[in-house]
Ligand binder design. Structure first.
Ligand SMILES: *Cc1c(COP(=O)(O)O)cnc(C)c1O
Length: 465
């Protein structure tokens, strides 16, 4: 029997064939050549191991295989997914989806030139650090503000500027890991400061801070908001106000890593109280750092608020350049902040706040609609109680009451969840008690049609295999 590999046409022959004509119209020639080579190599290898399923004769087979491969190669690495997990600030899924006006502002900034570092009135160089400052002052009462790449960068900048080569007092109960490699002790060290641990994990008193300041060369006190965990039981914490008094007496700054970045009172969202940056400043923090893409609901950014002298020294730190925010982010952040001038509008237009505010009743209604649609397609589902989460390392343990659609899938929940993920767009869902839960809290307006299509595809794919 002749070697079937000899039958494989050459790249030149394939590219000259009428079957490849439409492919060459749709993709650059060099790219098609490269992908065709890869495909041929793969076919050759499968024939070598005696794979009889493949059918290497017929040019349509090659054309089809190359086309599928071209589709895969041109698919963006970063693409949209449908978040059906009910976790609003899902860090792995990109945290906060932006308000329309913010997304528009970012697209506009991306497409054109801007006055990023240009003073239009004076016709000379301006500063990128001027943007958003007025709004931030207005919304938080801060004296001054600066925006950097993210909150981790904010912290590095703050610590490096205020305590390089010196100690920073932090309660042992606040030496937190936020996730994704962000640990307070390590950040502190990399920022060039050293850690002075204060108190114990569950109890830290003011006198503990006083003692550690007496002992070491403490240049700042850092209070870290325990965003993503809670300590309960026999606990004692030192209030920000008493720390502010101590910092004042010692003539050192009080730094507050607040993280979550809520810009609206928590009761407007029916959530437990969470300190606002303005509260922190009022209680005497000298610098407060928050994330832009957590509860604020804006783009990834780190916002530092506080004392204008200190903010000025942050601006002058050469590290600032390495941590700087880009124009697209500034445009999105400014548009998001604008919405907060009217809290009612913020609640309506900022997707994060809107999703957090979703009532169980409205989620139940959306579930009923989707359930009816799926039933019409012959897909069985049931409406179940489901708890959403705030996510993004905020509001640990807080459950957002609501409903979800539960699907069994023809071959079980794992298979269905896998099929849901592996399609376009991927649907990311949770498995609860061996069923796939579709939580509509985080499914954005306009995504329902795609969701139904994907659920149908995933359910059918299960049947075929
Ligand atoms: C989230 C968080 C950070 C990290 O913020 P990023 O914007 O993700 O860099 C730091 N500190 C606290 C307390 C946080 O909650």
């Amino acid at each position: 029997m002749s070697d079937p590999r000899r039958e494989i046409p050459s790249v030149d022959a394939l590219l000259a064939s009428p079957e490849f004509e439409p492919i060459l119209k749709g993709f650059p020639r060099q790219f098609v050549v490269r992908v065709t080579r890869i495909v041929i190599e793969e076919i050759r290898n499968s024939l070598l191991v005696g794979d009889k399923d493949i059918d290497p004769d017929g040019l349509t087979y090659y054309a089809r295989t190359v086309l599928i491969r071209l589709g895969k190669e041109t698919m963006p690495s970063l693409r949209g997914v449908i978040n059906a997990t009910g976790v609003v600030l899902h860090t792995n899924l990109g945290r906060a989806p932006l308000a329309e006006v913010a997304a528009d502002a970012m697209a506009a900034a991306a497409r054109g030139y801007s006055n990023l570092e240009y003073d239009v009135e004076l016709g000379k160089r301006g500063s990128r650090y001027d943007h958003c400052v007025k709004l931030l002052r207005e919304l938080t009462g801060a004296e001054d503000a600066i925006v950097v790449n993210n909150n981790a960068a904010a912290l590095v900048l703050v610590l490096n500027t205020t305590a390089k080569g010196k100690g920073v007092a932090v309660s042992r109960g606040e030496l937190v890991e936020i996730g994704g490699g962000f640990r307070i002790p390590e950040i502190l060290e990399r920022a060039g400061a050293f850690l002075v641990e204060v108190g114990s994990t569950n109890r830290t008193r003011l006198s503990d801070y006083e003692d550690s300041i007496k002992k070491g060369e403490v240049a700042a006190i850092l209070k870290v908001h325990r965003s993503n965990f809670r300590i309960t039981g026999f606990t004692e914490d030192t209030t920000l106000a008493s720390l502010a008094d101590l910092a004042n007496e010692e003539g050192i700054p009080l730094l507050h890593d607040l993280g979550s970045g809520l810009f609206i009172t928590a009761d407007a969202l029916a959530l437990p109280a969470e300190p606002l940056a303005s509260d922190s400043l009022n209680m005497g923090a000298d610098l407060v750092a928050v994330s832009g893409d957590k509860l604020l609901g804006g783009p990834q950014a780190g916002i530092i608020l506080g004392n204008s002298e200190l903010i000025n020294s942050l601006r002058q730190n050469p590290l600032c350049r390495a941590l700087r925010v880009d124009k697209v982010t500034l445009a999105g952040l400014e548009a998001t902040l604008q919405l907060y001038r009217d809290p009612g509008q913020a609640l309506e237009s900022i997707p994060t706040l809107r999703m957090l505010g979703n009532t169980a009743e409205s989620l139940g209604k959306r579930c009923e609609e989707l359930d009816a649609e799926l039933t019409g397609l012959g897909i069985g589902s049931s409406i179940v109680e489901s708890e959403g989460r705030v996510g993004g390392g905020t509001y640990p343990g807080v459950k957002l009451p609501g409903f979800a659609l539960a699907l069994d899938g023809p071959h079980g929940a794992e298979a269905l969840a896998t099929h849901l993920r592996n399609g376009d767009p991927p649907v990311i869902a949770r498995i609860v008690d061996k069923r796939v839960f579709i939580d509509l809290r985080t499914v954005l307006p306009g995504q329902e049609n795609n969701l139904v299509r994907r659920v149908r595809e995933a359910s059918n794919e299960g049947f075929d295999s």
